[in-house]
Design a protein around this ligand. Structure first.
Ligand code: PGA
Length: 247
């Protein structure tokens, strides 16, 4: 079983050319584990900037896209435009898209299908809210979200599944390694039953939610944790430590 460790940075709506330029310089100069796939999620207006300044060994991701190639959709960007900037990934279904901007499972599914058809890799995010965890329905929630994504995927080699419990995002409250492992294990079992054993064994399931230099190593040692999606800490030099969590 060889799942290449995957570390995504999600810059969200942060930074400017100066600070992101400095971050990029730090990353380009750093010693990073060559066995890790690294992708930085830049704000759409800085995709071109990020792609032209980041070393080619690092991937770049958009943080969202729309479900059609072009048209009268003011404010949106398409996978075709993302690819035109030399960018090969998109983050879809992030909890902020779901819960701040009200994106439905259905829309996230349609975006996933279109992004994949357009040749982008997709970092597909799922995760339960605090009341859902406390209500004992974590599995039900993440399986339902995963099903809508799975219904729209033909080629799983281009998909990374990001489990991000909403209560852990931006809160400083990282899931414990056991909590993360438990859900990742269940997601992999779901994939085995509902997609295929081969996909269950090969798909990367990454964890997101307040990952830091301090928490990354133990999380990374869990059997079914194949990497991270990192928000706050991806804007700091600490991101290098997280990339190198398994080194
Ligand atoms: P955080 O964000 O690391 O700041 O919690 C993670 C994410 O939203 O992807």
């Amino acid at each position: 079983m060889s799942r290449k460790f995957f570390v995504g940075g999600n810059w969200k709506m942060n930074g400017d050319k100066k600070s992101l330029g400095e971050l990029i310089q730090t990353m380009n100069a750093a010693k990073v584990d060559p066995n890790v796939e690294v992708v930085c999620g830049a704000p759409s207006i800085y995709l071109d900037f990020a792609r032209s300044h980041l070393d080619a060994k690092f991937g770049v991701a958009a943080q969202n896209c729309y479900k059609v190639p072009k048209g009268a959709f003011t404010g949106e960007i398409s996978p075709a435009m993302i690819k035109d900037c030399g960018v090969n990934w998109v983050i879809l279904g992030h909890s902020e898209r779901r819960h701040v901007f009200g994106e439905s499972d259905e829309l996230i599914g349609q975006k996933t299908a279109h992004a994949l058809e357009s040749g982008l890799g997709v970092i597909a995010c799922i995760g339960e809210k605090l009341d859902e965890r406390e209500g004992g329905i974590t599995e039900k929630v993440v399986f339902a979200q995963t099903k809508v994504i799975a219904d729209n995927v033909k080629d799983w080699s281009k998909v990374v599944l990001a489990y991000e419990p909403v209560w852990a995002i931006g809160t400083g409250k990282t899931a414990s390694p056991q909590q993360a492992q438990e859900v990742h294990d269940k997601l992999r079992a779901w994939m085995k039953t509902n997609v295929s054993e081969a996909v269950a064994n090969s798909v990367r399931i990454i964890y997101g939610g307040s990952v830091t230099g301090g928490t990354c190593k133990e999380l990374a040692s869990q059997k079914d944790v194949d990497g991270f999606l990192v928000g706050g800490a991806s804007l700091k030099p600490e991101f290098i430590e997280i990339i190198n969590a398994k080194a």
